[in-house]
Write a protein that binds this ligand. Structure first.
Ligand code: ATP
Ligand code: MG
Length: 392
């Protein structure tokens, strides 16, 4: 029955002169998403709207599932289109539409006719009245509510006539590729994939860096991170994932620095290395999954200490979220089940029994001073031996 979709988009409608850039990016992302489902589609812009025409057999659920991954889409409206054969036929078509789409007719409705084709002989108001009346006759259970109807039935008069009333929520945000690129510090946990998702939602393309510490962290832990990157990539587009071999750096910190400072110093090296790759790759910021107070390394003092080693901005989209709120997003985007698989993380292997919760930045700098030279070399080696995977 449905042969097309109308795509509603919010914020990108208000970008003034840049508007067409955003619309083009959205059209592009929609096309990429539709490449992943069977069928042939034509995506077009017209008068501040985006339409998808389905040219072949297609599975509506599959299409909607894919469109729900396209940032920038606020609503997905499945559309029925019919030939313009006059009011009498249109009335029949609209009655049939309501009959098919709403099994239970105990609902309120409002007809919203729009003439994109101004030469249509009947005014929008008249179309509303006429169709509203005929629907009430056909379905006595229906009633009219012009302010807050259950069914907001739009009749759009173009070359053909488009009928739609359902709006399936999209993910919102802005089309990927309209806001530059950032480097996500991606671990196997719950938080960092969600952090990547949230920044990508603002139109930012993403690369990732994962710190791997074989043999303390297994191949399976690495595969888990790759799996998470794949899920995030459904939304963000392809992710170039840099895998850094971190073992020697961690061992060296472990041997030469006070144990209560291990985590903070290790985190500082992650940020330094992340930033080096970020700059090399043209990223404009780093992204982490940190949230204030979640663990010892995420107190305000610890965040200050990890933050100071970077010159690029560090985006922490989860900073004010409770764990439960983060879990809810991870369930929604599909990373949760993967994140909770129990594989060791490089942070958990070298942790002290009692890590500092209020690190003193001067003391941390002093401890790092003792290993500076060998660390410079180890960082160079880590950068030279990194693996790169293209995740899509
Ligand atoms: P997550 O659920 O994201 O692992 P977490 O609560 O375990 O977060 P930490 O282990 O303190 O928190 O890490 C804080 C942030 O540092 C992570 O959100 C992530 O961005 C980054 N990070 C931690 N470990 C790694 C790693 N092995 N590789 C890449 N980034 C990491
Ligand atoms: Mg972690």
């Amino acid at each position: 029955m449905f042969k097309a979709f109308l795509i509603k988009y919010g914020e990108i409608g208000i970008k003034g002169k840049n508007r067409y850039l955003f619309e083009d990016a959205l059209v592009n992302q929609i096309r990429l998403a539709l490449d992943r489902v069977k069928g042939e589609y034509e995506v077009s812009k017209s008068q501040g709207r985006i339409y998808i025409e389905c040219l072949e057999e297609f599975d509506i659920d599959d299409v909607v599932e894919e469109l729900k991954t396209v940032f920038g889409i606020v609503g997905i409206c499945p559309v029925v289109h019919v030939e313009d054969k006059g009011m009498e036929q249109l009335t029949k078509d609209v009655i049939q539409y309501i009959d098919n789409v709403y099994k239970d007719k105990r609902k309120t409705f409002k007809v919203n006719a729009r003439r994109a084709r101004k030469n249509y002989p009947i005014s929008s108001m008249e179309v509303n009245k006429e169709l509203g009346g005929k629907l009430l006759e056909a379905f006595p259970d229906l009633s009219v509510d012009v302010h807050n109807p259950d069914i907001f039935l739009t009749i759009e008069i173009r070359e053909k006539i488009y009928i739609y009333s359902k709006v399936i929520p999209g993910p919102g945000g802005m089309p990927v590729g309209t806001s530059g690129k950032a480097m996500l510090l991606l671990s196997g946990g719950i938080d960092s994939p969600v952090a990547g998702y949230m920044i990508a939602k603002r139109g930012v393309a993403i690369e990732g860096v994962y710190f791997h510490a074989p043999p303390y962290t297994s191949e399976r832990a690495k595969e888990k991170v790759v799996e998470l990157a794949k899920i995030v990539a459904k939304f963000s587009g392809p992710i170039r994932l840099h895998i850094i071999h971190f073992t020697n750096i961690q061992l060296s910190i472990y041997e030469k620095c006070p144990h209560d400072e291990l985590t903070i110093i290790m985190r500082r090296y992650m940020m330094r290395i992340g930033e080096k790759i970020a700059k090399e790759r043209g990223c404009l910021g780093l992204i982490t999954g940190e949230s204030i107070g979640q663990v010892a390394s995420q107190t305000m003092q610890s965040l200050r200490a990890t933050n100071e080693v970077c010159e690029l901005p560090v985006y922490r989209p989860l900073i004010g979220f409770d764990k439960q709120e983060i879990v809810e997003i991870s369930e929604k985007i599909g990373t949760y089940e993967v994140s909770i698989q129990p594989f060791e993380d490089c942070c958990t292997i070298f942790v002290a029994k009692h890590p500092v919760t209020k690190p003193n930045v001067n003391r941390i700098r002093h401890s790092e001073g003792k290993i500076r030279e060998e660390m410079e070399e180890l960082v160079e080696i880590a950068l030279h031996t990194k693996e790169v995977l293209e995740i899509s």
